[in-house]
Write a protein that binds this ligand. Structure first.
Ligand SMILES: [Zn+2]
Length: 110
């Protein structure tokens, strides 16, 4: 997840002129660099999907319901109160999060 974010940052940086010049200094055209980064991103996204897919399979076979909503700051799978830091993270639905107690994948419905 973190490395995907890094790659996206690099791709965004390539749009900036000063970075473009640096890349040219390395003998790689900005467009080539962008294509290479795009490929790396595809591979990474694929590996993340597989990882979550495997996790999803494990949790489903254990509990039946692998993905549960957070209701009133509690994991609705095991009813454990979630830490405040998890509940109030601004990007909480942008990445896959799991309940630290039961391991189910959790999401916020609001
Ligand atoms: Zn839970």
């Amino acid at each position: 997840m973190i490395s995907l974010h890094d790659l996206d940052t690099m791709i965004a940086d390539l749009g900036r002129a000063d970075i473009r010049q640096q890349e040219e200094g390395l003998g790689l055209s900005p467009d080539q660099a962008l294509v290479e980064l795009g490929k790396m991103r595809d591979v990474l996204v694929e590996s993340i999907r597989k990882r979550w897919y495997a996790l999803y399979g494990q949790i489903s076979s254990r509990y039946g319901n692998a993905v549960v909503p957070v209701v009133q700051n509690r994991c609705s799978g095991c009813f454990t109160m979630l830490p405040t830091s998890v509940n109030y993270a601004g990007d909480r639905n942008e990445q896959v999060r799991t309940c630290s107690i039961c391991g189910r994948i959790i999401y916020w419905a609001d």
